[in-house]
Write a protein that binds this ligand. Structure first.
Ligand code: FES
Length: 168
């Protein structure tokens, strides 16, 4: 008895399996090519961060919310939650490129736990440096994250000022 009969595999199943393993190989080759392209452009930290970003999506009843629009037409939005002047949560969302996703994700990680005053000092160059650098045509992505974050801080301060006024 043929082996295929013994294991209950007919010609169609074999052909399907062969086709799917060829497809798997093709997909693997494409992924290797994409990886090579990405690594030629971005640092490994940028790739790791945009492939597995943290702190995505809005915070309900955020204490501060900021948006920034880039000349590239991409947008970054940041939400913060603050307790006793310390940032306890920070999230982001962007419709931008992979570098922007990496910048948003890394920024949230860098500023959670800091006071507003400490976090406000974070500069685009530091954010970029923490990611191992950005290509020349993606340096503005770090700026976009910083501007959105500073707008979130401004929103927080304006809310606090309004609350103070309401109390007076
Ligand atoms: Fe527009 Fe990255 S933010 S290309």
């Amino acid at each position: 008895m043929a082996l295929t009969d013994r294991i209950g595999m007919d010609e169609n199943t074999m052909n399907n399996n062969r086709e799917s393993s060829e497809l798997d190989r093709l997909v693997d080759n494409i992924m290797v090519a994409i990886d090579a392209d990405e690594y030629a452009i971005y640092s490994k930290d940028v790739i790791a961060e945009f492939r597995s970003p943290a702190n995505i999506g809005p915070i309900d009843e955020a204490d501060g919310n900021g948006v920034a629009d880039g000349l590239c037409m991409d947008t970054m939005e940041i939400w913060i939650k603050v307790e006793k002047d310390r940032i306890t949560r920070c999230t982001f969302y962007t419709d931008g490129c992979g570098a922007t996703i990496a910048c948003g994700s890394r920024l949230t990680k860098m500023i959670i736990g800091k006071t507003i005053d400490e976090a406000e000092k974070l500069r685009a160059e530091e954010l970029e440096h923490s990611l191992g650098g950005l290509p020349e045509d993606h340096k503005h992505c770090a700026n976009l994250a910083i501007i959105a974050f500073r707008n979130a801080i401004r929103d927080r301060r304006e809310k606090m000022a309004r609350n103070e006024e309401d109390r007076d």
